[in-house]
Design a protein around this ligand. Structure first.
Ligand code: GLC
Length: 746
């Protein structure tokens, strides 16, 4: 015991000046002291004894895990809850193992911790990078107060397929918006000084192309070409790596025949090679084992080899590194250099977080007690929630509603739901803690509000890992709801998806309102057409009927702890909605995958023959396009001026934005380009700039952008970024459809 304390003191004295010095010397010093078993131990990650977020292997019994922790055979744990519990677990490792290397405690802090923020797709609809960074910062403050060092976020998977349940967790379909949001989240989580005790190591996931799962089915095959990989999938990952994200997570899917966890091209050639990334890559839950099911590994030992050889540094809950790596190295089958590289990357994260200086700095019960659910955090959650709301339709300015003298019926299964608005990834929050739509509306005293659920559309799951049961038979509440709707001035319908109806493992083959909700909606509509649809969902839905028939539709996603308050403030006009869709809404599921930045094809049409790229039974147009979102203000664009900057391939873009209404508001000005002719075909439209602009009633502002080769260029099929001169269309507007356009030759 004595020599351990001496050793630990040695390391600690060495590390006291670490915050100012390069860690590399200390890492090498420590690495030299480590046995092969201790090195492999650092590459092993166990889940805590509370939540599982994936299928837990049989041999993960608690006693074995405790023994491994005591003997330095665990580098990280996830899902351990509470400052006290984490401190105890940390002491077990630091005070019992030979070298006392601290454990890295991780958790899925995806959209808030105890204070829940809007789901990431909703936050993306705010296009407000400051708000998004703030949300991540608050999440980090709360999670670190509980002792967590590392979050498995941001998820930066681009997806064009709303059938895929995890679109709720990302930033939508566009790589430019996705890259900006990825950086904002990394900065929010990691803060300005990683050695502070409220900074959370980010984990950029899932590397890569998980969002291109075929048919939108989770964990399914992703098979995409080089141009889509380099121009659509990888940019947010690269941006996050350049922003200093400490870790990456690889993905369950195979990409072009190779499971990402065993993909050397992705992890060693691109991430660690071309991009020079010095952080650590963790596998996804059990994804090393899953290479057997993929038909890529013969058995656990082979899977362990493939993953370690490909650059997957840490093993989340497959236990295969612990079981096989030592033997593989001793048999000369696995290069010890790969083990040393992985361990260096893991130790680097721990050094950067200051864990060697003080392994217990994060687990602070007083901070935990004072900071979780802090009123400032709730206010931040309300602010981000309001900014995430998208006004999809507002015929004849049906909204905002008058605050007094109205008889209002609130109808729908989500109207009083205080759990679903918390969304899917909310491990640390408590059910029933979100403000409901009903509570939000009731906080305005001037109108009479009466509520009827209409139907129970889904049974709450036993645990978020279990399937929901969707009600498709019990109509008993519809009559009551229809009776209530009669004679009301306005009916607000709160419909959509249960909070765990999107997210991991929740792919859907139908994108309409689940269960009997559409039936309820049409039954109410038959007696009262003055309906505001408040949509609460984790993905784009096919609401074509609602769009055709209802005067007002508000997309409110799952907005977190302050959901109901945010919705009410928009309904009553105390907040002027400014959100814009980060993902296209299809008219029908047959159009999926559907997205704005498509290629022109050789037969863009329309022509009066059938021989062009279209459907004979549906238009090509979506229900609502990427970038769409209305306001209570009325914005107009004028005087677009596009000019080449002297002696360069840069373009200056200027325009006037006017608020023609009597209502102050925010507009997200979007800048798109089209590279008309290139050696690899380019999309008909690509987002290359945006600015959220506040304009007072009647105000006009000049907005300016500069486009450089970084925005005008693209990756060729060899993965090389190139710029090619030629004609560029420049488009600006409040959506990816419409606006002003000009063309310039470079
Ligand atoms: C899950 C998810 C991943 C998450 C991890 C730990 O299966 O795919 O996003 O971070 O396991 O919970």
């Amino acid at each position: 015991m004595k020599n351990k304390i001496v050793l630990l003191l040695l390391i600690l004295t060495h590390t006291t000046t670490l915050s100012s010095q390069n860690y590399e010397v200390e890492i090498e010093t420590l690495l030299k002291k480590m046995t092969l078993e201790e090195k492999v131990g650092q590459m092993n990650q166990y889940t805590g004894f509370f939540d599982v977020t994936g299928p837990a292997p049989a041999d993960g019994d608690n006693k074995a895990k405790y023994d491994d922790i005591r003997n330095g055979r665990v580098g990280s744990m996830l899902n351990v809850r509470g400052a006290k519990q984490i401190r105890e677990m940390q002491k077990l490792a630091v005070e019992n193992s030979r070298l006392g290397i601290p454990i890295l405690f991780g958790m899925d802090v995806i959209h808030g911790h105890k204070t829940i923020f809007p789901i990431p797709l909703a936050e993306a609809a705010s296009w407000d990078l400051e708000a998004i960074e703030k949300a991540a910062r608050v999440a980090a403050i709360e999670a670190t107060a509980e002792g967590i060092h590392w979050t498995f976020a941001p998820m930066v998977d681009i997806s064009r397929d709303a059938r895929w349940g995890r679109v709720m967790e990302g930033a939508g379909e566009d790589p430019f918006l996705g890259s900006k949001i990825a950086v904002a989240r990394v900065k929010g989580f990691q803060g300005d000084d990683l050695t502070a005790s409220n900074t959370l190591a980010a984990c950029v996931k899932h590397f890569a192309a998980y969002g291109f799962a075929e048919s939108g089915k989770d964990y399914n095959t992703a098979d995409i070409g080089s141009s889509t990989l380099h121009n659509v999938v990888l940019p947010p990952f690269k941006a996050a790596a350049e922003a200093g994200a400490l870790t990456f997570m690889n993905s369950f899917n195979e990409l072009n025949g190779i499971p990402a966890t065993g993909d050397k091209y992705l992890q060693r050639d691109i991430l660690k090679g071309e991009w020079g990334y010095d952080g650590m890559v963790v596998s996804d839950w059990g994804s090393i084992t899953e290479m057997i099911a993929h038909g890529y590994a013969e058995d656990g030992k082979h899977a362990a080899f493939l993953a370690a050889d490909a650059g997957s540094d840490m093993d989340m809950e497959s236990h295969l590194y612990k079981l096989h790596l030592k033997e593989l190295v001793e048999a000369g089958e696995l290069d010890i250099a790969h083990i040393d590289d992985a361990v260096r990357r893991i130790l680097r994260v721990k050094f950067k977080l200051g864990l060697f200086e003080d392994p217990y700095k994060y687990s602070d019960e007083l901070r935990e007690k004072n900071l979780l659910l802090h009123p400032d955090h709730m206010n931040a959650a309300l602010d981000v929630a309001k900014k995430s709301i998208v006004l999809l339709k507002n015929e004849n300015n049906f909204l905002p509603l008058a605050k007094t003298g109205k008889k209002i019926a609130l109808i729908g299964p989500l109207g009083d739901d205080k759990t679903s608005p918390l969304g899917n990834w909310r491990l640390a929050s408590d059910d029933g803690t979100a403000s409901s739509v009903l509570e939000g509306l009731q906080s305005y005293a001037g109108n009479s509000i009466q509520f009827s659920k209409g139907i129970n559309f889904a049974s709450d799951p036993i645990h978020f890992v279990h399937e929901l049961k969707i009600n498709t038979e019990d109509r008993t509440g519809i009559t009551e709801a229809v009776e209530l709707a009669k004679g009301m001035d306005v009916v607000i319908m709160a419909l959509g998806e249960h909070g765990v109806q999107s997210g991991e493992g929740r792919s859907r083959a139908h994108l309409g309102l689940p269960g009997l909700q559409q039936e309820l909606l049409e039954a109410v509509y038959a007696v009262n057409k003055n309906i505001v649809l408040v949509l609460m969902n984790g993905r784009p839905l096919t609401i074509d009927w609602a769009d055709k028939n209802l005067p007002a539709i508000v997309e409110t996603w799952h907005l977190g702890s302050k959901s109901g308050n945010a919705i009410a403030q928009v309904i009553y006009g105390d907040y002027n909605p400014s959100g814009k869709l980060p993902m296209t809404f299809p008219k029908t599921i047959g159009q999926v995958p559907i997205y704005y930045n498509t290629k022109n094809t050789g037969r863009p049409g329309p022509i009066d023959l059938v021989f062009w790229s279209h459907y004979i039974d549906e238009t090509n147009a979506p229900l609502y396009p990427f970038g769409h979102g209305l306001s209570y203000s009325d914005f107009s664009y004028s005087e677009l001026n596009v000019a080449r900057l002297a002696m360069s391939n840069s373009i200056s873009v200027k325009l006037l934005l006017t608020n023609n209404s009597k209502v102050d508001g925010n507009e997200v000005v979007q800048l798109y380009i089209r590279d008309r002719v290139a050696s690899v075909t380019r999309p008909i439209k690509e987002l290359k700039g945006f600015e959220k602009v506040f304009l007072k009633a009647g105000e006009t502002k000049q907005i300016q952008f500069t486009l450089t080769e970084s925005e005008l260029g693209f990756y060729n099929n060899q993965g090389k970024f190139i710029f090619e001169k030629g004609d560029f269309d420049i488009m600006v507007g409040g959506s990816s459809v419409g606006g002003l356009a000009d063309t310039i030759k470079l």
